[in-house]
Design a protein around this ligand. Sequence first.
Ligand code: PCP
Length: 390
Amino acid sequence: MASEEEIKAGKTTDIYFLRTVEIIKKKRADKIVSAEVTAQSLPDNWEWAVFSGLEEVVRLFEGVNIDLYAMPEGTVFREKEPVIRIEGFYTEFAVLETPLLGFICQASGISTRAARCKLIAWGKAKLLSFGARRMHPAISPMIDRAAYIGGLDGFSTIGAEKLTGERASGTMPHSLILIFGDQVKAWKAFDEVMPEEVPRICLCDTLWDEKIESLMAAKEIRPQGVRLDTPSSRRGDMREIVKEVRWELDLRGYKDVKIFVSGGIKEKDLKELIDAGAEGFGIGTWVSNAPSIDFALDIVEVEGKAFSKRGKASGKKQVWVCENQHRLITSWNEELRECPRCGSEIKPLLRKYIEGGEIVEELPPARKIREYVLEQLKSLRETNRQKGLL
Ligand code: PCP
């Protein structure tokens, strides 16, 4: 794997960028350009996505003699909207295009899948990121950070604690039950050894039926919840399993014992399992292996004149959003005082983060970025509600 130093030194670049820089320098043809990062389309017919990975991009360009503008990390954006613009001599940043795109393409896909799950589970179920084990460990902190700022309520890997300032979350693995050879002994050992602040969520599918193990756990431990991670070979209709466990727990007065489900959980499963009684989910591959967003960096101005390739609108642009979520793309120098559609207050999204290689804008902590994402999701929920989609 590449080290941070190698990435920052352009050692992960595509060779055609190295060759391009060599040619431009040999021919003394370097020029001041403006280049924008946009996604011409979004995966899975998404109408919107969450912009994520900006902090690493800013660190990548710190000390490089360019100016960088961007939407704040966590901004909900649409296709064809520029999320980043770089200005400077082309050879100053050419070889960093590859790592720049890598930082935001993957992280934004993860944060968007997380946000879409959060919209469905809003106020009804807790969502934890369990998917780091499906991806290369070197990027597991990035995966859990992107899932957290995208809206998930927590993450499982300790490597993301420093990045997010949040504690990792988790329940217990099947191996704990197998080591103790007895569910009750394992649950009791967990309860005796773990500090108070660790939630008591008993895994209830290792040896016997989920219903039986859940009732045993409720009787023996009275945990905050039970986790059902039913193996796919036994997972006929997970909704019915959750409904049955919920019924049996409630019948015996264990209404406070919540049901947590994990194992192959996808966005499409959330609503039906929540309706069946689930109040928590461990989501792995669906979020950690999210489709990456097809961002591209394209020159839009050369020496101050609008100039771009076919299929890409030339000239520097600004993206505006008003209080009623109307969005507009204008040329950079155009000033908008109010939304042309509804007259409400309208704000520009792109702002300067780097000037001549120096960071000039705050890079907020993960918790604040997550709050910003949840604010925007709240408006999206309202829009969906008005459209009768909720
Ligand atoms: C792991 C975890 C979740 C799975 C992975 C999340 O299960 O408990 O259930 O990943 P997924 O969404 O990609 O399926 P196991 O490794 O089966 O179980 P254990 O909890 O024992 O580690």
